[in-house]
Design a protein around this ligand. Structure first.
Ligand code: KG4
Ligand code: ZN
Length: 362
């Protein structure tokens, strides 16, 4: 299947969508054309507002979205040089995510759509991530995606627009969450992933024997809490751990996390090939895709399996509104009702079994 529900006749390449993203701690707006041109994109990060608390505070996030979203919309529309009448629709993330932020984006999107008589499109945040490789590299279905962020760690086989099979997910922490928690243990700042990667440079990844969770176990699910606990115990054993020791531990954790991600992805490739023999590509999206050790491991998995590898540019790996506008364009159609609900939980593959009890030893 070459295209989504826009066929027959192919999608209108001139269609332009405004996208809004407010599901977590980035306030984002973007204007994207169906021919894959990003006309304008803004991401207002709330990092500074949450940093004193060492994590995202939902109430602070919702208020910050209220303050930043209108401005972001005005900025992208001005930069694109467009009026609302030029839009094929207004798309907003309506789940999954923090409910307060989702409401800000959904209400704004619906109000703009209603005021300007445009269709409103309710987009699943995970679908935005999963479809990004088709925007950035015109990747054809079917392809396998590893989504690794602060909130999600999932292996998804994308078979078509709206047709996703979740092959694996995490049974406890998301990979990014594990990076953030270990960084905190090591006294690094928040968000911890980038800080930990820098701190691990020059560290000896082999000094501490850390577990590679679930490697060799059946299925493709992930687990990171045991690895995090192993780091905590190692740190406790090393009373007054000096900086070199902590760098070794950071490097050890990073290597273990990257190898665990790779091992589960390797299994998912085999499973995906059973279902979709034409599989040609592995893509990685989400904030953790910025990590060079993780990328290197995944590139090796793809190469060994004879698959092409694609990681979108970093700005489109983390949360952004370009992917929301793009997902709406890919879906085509007449849009969603103005009473479309916001959903804190919204699985991409409703048929996927829950992680616990799916043959995984937790
Ligand atoms: O996709 P993202 O920007 O936001 C969501 O979680 O939705 O991902 C953020 C996560 C954080 O947990 C952050 O620590 C992690 O991605 N991250 C990294 C790196 N850059 C960001 N983890 C490891 N290494 C990095 N270089
Ligand atoms: Zn995300």
């Amino acid at each position: 299947m070459a295209e989504g529900p826009n066929t027959p006749g192919g999608p209108d390449q001139t269609a332009i969508m405004l996208g809004l993203e407010t599901s977590c701690d980035e306030t984002a707006a973007a204007v994207v054309r169906r021919d894959r041109t990003v006309l304008a994109a803004r991401v207002a990060s709330q990092l500074a507002a949450h940093a004193p608390f060492g994590g995202v505070v939902p109430e602070i996030a919702a208020r910050a979205h209220v303050e930043a979203l209108d401005h972001a919309v005005q900025a992208v529309m001005a930069e694109a040089g467009l009026g609302f009448a030029d839009l094929a629709g207004v798309a907003a993330t309506t789940g999954p995510g923090l409910i307060g932020g989702l409401m800000v984006g959904a209400v704004t999107g619906k109000a703009l759509a209603a005021a300007h008589a445009r269709p409103f499109v309710a987009v699943n945040h995970l679908e935005g991530h999963v479809l990004t490789p088709r925007l950035t590299a015109d990747v054809a279905f079917p392809y396998l995606v590893l989504l690794v962020s602060g909130g999600h760690t999932q292996l998804v086989l994308a078979e078509g627009v709206g047709r996703y099979r979740r092959l694996g997910t995490t049974i406890d922490d998301a990979a990014g969450e594990a990076f953030d928690k270990v960084a905190k243990l090591l006294g690094l700042g928040w968000p911890g992933g980038p800080a930990l990667e820098r701190f691990a440079e020059g560290g000896d990844p082999a000094r501490f024997a850390l577990p590679r969770p679930l490697t060799g176990q059946p299925g493709c699910h992930f687990s990171f809490s045991g690895l995090k606990t192993a780091v905590l115990h190692a740190l406790r054993r090393e009373a007054d751990a000096d900086e070199a020791t902590r760098r070794d531990l950071a490097a050890g954790f990073q290597a273990a996390a990257a190898e665990a991600l790779a091992a589960r992805t390797r299994r998912a490739v085999a499973l995906a090939r059973d279902r979709a023999p034409g599989l040609e590509r592995l893509a990685v999206v989400g904030g953790v895709a910025a990590n060079r050790a993780v990328r290197a491991e995944l590139e090796a998995v793809a190469a060994a399996a004879g698959l092409g590898f694609h990681a979108p540019p970093l700005a489109l790996c983390g949360d952004n509104a370009v992917m929301i506008a793009w997902a709406a364009l890919e879906r085509g159609g007449a849009g969603d009702p103005l009473d479309a609900p916001v959903r804190a939980r919204w699985p991409l593959d409703p048929a996927a079994e829950p992680a616990v009890g799916a043959g995984v030893k937790a």
